[in-house]
Design a protein around this ligand. Structure first.
Ligand code: URA
Ligand code: URA
Length: 213
């Protein structure tokens, strides 16, 4: 993994991204992880820190991981694209990766997956579903059901940024988080991990001190 990381960190395959990036955001976590999360691409905070999912969406993902009984250190977290997509002229905001950027970057992710060989992959959002499974459909149509990549079970679920955006619609926010949590309960069952009655009830409604509190 170290050799692949070193190659990725100096990758020049997308000259426009080489120019705009602060650094390459390769991935983080355990090489022995049985659970691996795949997101879309680094955002501004990830580009600054060099670590995936450390901004607002990352904080939500971290809480989900902890609610599952794992930590950021015991899972592996990576992205389809290792560089932050450039947004020339824009002062804020992100853009989704382009198909040719995804294709160019994909060998790095496939190597990460082959080295780790997790027991379960979680695809976070539409870009990860497209990149891992080649499916361009709605999240509603693919989430919550098992798919496969090279013999590894893949669970597609909503992207944490989407969950943050749907928080604005108060009720929808909880129903989308709850659906995501139900997908994660399926992951835990597949991994034969303990699921308590309390865990089954998470993300139903705000509870002070709970994972959404
Ligand atoms: N969103 C992603 O898809 N990946 C990150 O690393 C951060 C935000
Ligand atoms: N569409 C996406 O691409 N991702 C989500 O998480 C939800 C809708």
């Amino acid at each position: 993994m170290q050799a692949i990381r070193e190659r990725a960190l100096v990758c020049q395959k997308c000259p426009h991204l080489v120019r705009s990036r602060t650094q390459v955001v390769f991935g983080v976590g355990s090489l022995e992880a049985e659970l691996m999360f795949v997101g879309e691409a680094p955002g501004a905070e990830e580009d600054r820190q060099g670590e995936p999912f450390v901004g607002p969406a990352g904080q939500l993902l971290t809480r989900m991981i902890q609610a599952m009984g794992f930590s950021r250190e015991t899972v592996y977290i990576g992205n389809i694209l290792k560089c932050r997509p450039d947004t020339p002229g824009a002062k804020w905001g992100n853009r989704p990766p382009r198909p040719e950027e995804m294709e160019t970057c994909k060998p790095y992710l496939l190597s990460q997956i082959e080295i780790i060989r997790p027991r379960v992959l979680v695809a976070l959002g539409g870009t990860a579903v497209q990149g891992l499974l080649g499916l361009s459909t709605t999240m509603g149509a693919v989430r919550g059901r098992w798919h496969h990549l090279r013999g590894i079970p893949v669970m597609p679920t909503f992207h944490p940024s989407y969950l943050l955006r749907s928080e604005d619609a108060a009720d929808k926010g909880f129903s989308e988080k709850r659906k995501t949590w139900e997908d994660m309960l399926k992951v835990l069952e597949r991994l034969e991990r303990p699921v308590t009655a309390k865990m089954r009830g998470y993300f139903q409604k705000p509870s002070p001190g709970g994972p959404n509190g």
